[in-house]
Design a protein around this ligand. Structure first.
Ligand code: AMP
Length: 279
């Protein structure tokens, strides 16, 4: 696996590979890699010729400085996981390589950044689109792979790609879960043993909603899930919504073509998100 730390060097290398006819697949991450990340790399390997990953803990997408400071950065372990896996190129820049000064530009996202996660984490998606745009400009991938786990992020990046007419094609890969259903996340390591058990309520609420989807009206599905989560020990619920999966607007009718349930909660000091496509 080749490792690059500067934009110029990785761009030059990938340019050469593209000129040689290789199809480039890109998997951006913030490191602390788990099976979820590795599944994206495997999808990239199946669909492209050269798999490029990046590890960069992007400061502009954190609205809580403490969260940024304590975000796990096990770089050596990550490199060895990537070396055993299917990654051909790792881009591992320092913050100064990606941001030379404070940057205030943002991309108009038609309000998609002011819903759900965007309300609770103001500015988060502007930070996400800033870094993903810079990474896309640097790597110039043919395909980029993202997890369904961060569903709103996928919609937002799709919007950015469309608005800026970028050539990259986006691929959404399924959420990888632990044996009991908890969605894998770099933040799961913060959970104590008790919190780890409590956090399962998120998956259970989503699963129950999906199971009852054809039997119950929407309002009841939603209120039962909220009631279940509010009664679950250790869960501090931030939102549980059933939305139009294309726009994230809350819906009142099942006639909408694609529906998704999304949830966010704090378990102790750890914030977790999850979702499930209902239709
Ligand atoms: P992160 O390192 O958290 O920024 O995530 C990097 C990429 O991995 C994003 O596209 C995430 O959606 C994806 N990802 C994170 N957790 C999972 C998971 N459990 N299953 C599938 N993809 C995931």
């Amino acid at each position: 696996m080749k490792i690059f730390t500067t934009r110029a060097a990785v761009s030059r290398y990938i340019d050469q590979q593209k000129k040689a006819g290789l199809l480039i697949g890109f998997v951006p991450t913030m490191g602390a890699l788990h099976e979820g990340h590795l599944s994206l790399l495997r999808s990239a390997k199946e669909q492209t010729d050269l798999v490029v990953s990046s590890i960069f803990v992007n400061p502009t997408q954190f609205n809580d400085p403490k969260d940024l400071e304590k975000y796990p950065r096990p770089v050596e372990e990550d490199i060895s996981k990537l070396q055993k896996g299917v990654c051909d190129v790792l881009f591992l820049p320092e913050v100064t390589e990606m941001y030379s000064e404070q940057e205030n530009w943002h991309i108009e996202l038609d309000g998609l950044d002011n819903m759900l996660e965007g309300i609770l984490r103001p500015g988060h998606y502007q930070g996400v689109t800033q870094i993903v745009k810079k990474l896309f400009d640097t790597i110039n991938p043919d395909f980029a792979f993202f997890g369904q786990k961060d569903y709103q992020q996928f919609l937002i990046i799709s919007k950015m790609v469309k608005k800026l007419r970028m050539k990259v094609k986006l691929v959404m890969c399924p959420t990888v879960r632990e044996y009991d259903g908890l969605a894998m996340s770099s933040r799961n390591i913060y959970l104590s043993e008790t919190e780890r058990k409590q956090s399962l309520a998120l998956f259970q609420a989503l699963q129950q909603t999906k199971k009852n989807f054809n039997k119950q009206p929407l309002q009841l599905l939603k209120s039962e899930a909220i009631c279940y989560l509010n009664q679950s020990q250790g869960i501090d619920l931030e939102y549980f919504e059933i939305c139009n999966a294309s726009t994230l607007e809350p819906i009142s009718s099942k006639r909408v073509r694609n529906l998704i349930a999304l949830v966010a909660a704090r378990i102790g000091k750890t914030r977790l998100i999850d979702n499930m496509i209902l239709k």
